[in-house]
Design a protein around this ligand. Structure first.
Ligand code: RTP
Length: 155
């Protein structure tokens, strides 16, 4: 079945410092890979607090904003861009509800996290956020266009 580039949306996914420190990078990547999504960008970095504030600017009036930004900048983050049909909303399903107490078993947070302040992963919540976050975290040349097996065996 032919798949058109326009259907292949992209989303920004980040493994937060708790996920990296706990050694969950491969586990998380594996879940996106096995589903059939395609990895088109990845890097590891320690974001500055200012950068974390930019990333979470929508939450700047929330009481947990400062602690959240301190936490995101407290250690290594694995920043990624994943591509595929429906990857923005389905990525959120793989991740599970924000509060791991409420996320279903079988989701990343449901299986691997316990409290909302240490929920190990971030995923863009919509098409505009995905665009903005990809632009914030990646330069265009850091993203790779390639034809993988998915074009033949997933779609
Ligand atoms: P994310 O952006 O990280 O994927 O999470 P989300 O959309 O599921 O949740 P959002 O409401 O955007 O919150 C962003 C992150 O803030 C932390 N948080 N802490 N009550 C709290 O202490 C609290 N509430 C949210 C979580 O790390 C959440 O992922």
């Amino acid at each position: 079945q032919e798949v058109h580039a326009a259907e292949l949306e992209r989303t920004f996914i980040a493994i937060k410092p708790d996920g990296v420190q706990r050694g969950l990078v491969a586990e998380i990547i594996s879940r996106f890979e096995r589903k059939g999504f395609k990895l088109v960008g990845i890097k590891v970095l320690i974001p500055s607090k200012e950068f974390a504030q930019k990333h979470y600017h929508d939450l700047k009036d929330r009481p947990f904003f400062n602690g959240l930004c301190e936490f995101l900048s407290s250690g290594p983050v694995v920043a990624m861009v994943w591509e595929g049909q429906g990857v923005i909303s389905y990525g959120r399903k793989l991740i599970g509800a924000t509060d791991p107490q409420k996320s279903e078993p079988g989701t990343i947070r449901g299986d691997l996290a316990v409290v909302v302040g240490r929920n190990i992963i971030h995923g863009s919540d919509g098409p505009q956020t995905a665009k903005d976050e990809i632009n914030l975290w990646f330069k265009p040349e850091e993203l790779v266009n390639y034809t993988g097996n998915s074009e033949k065996w997933i779609y």
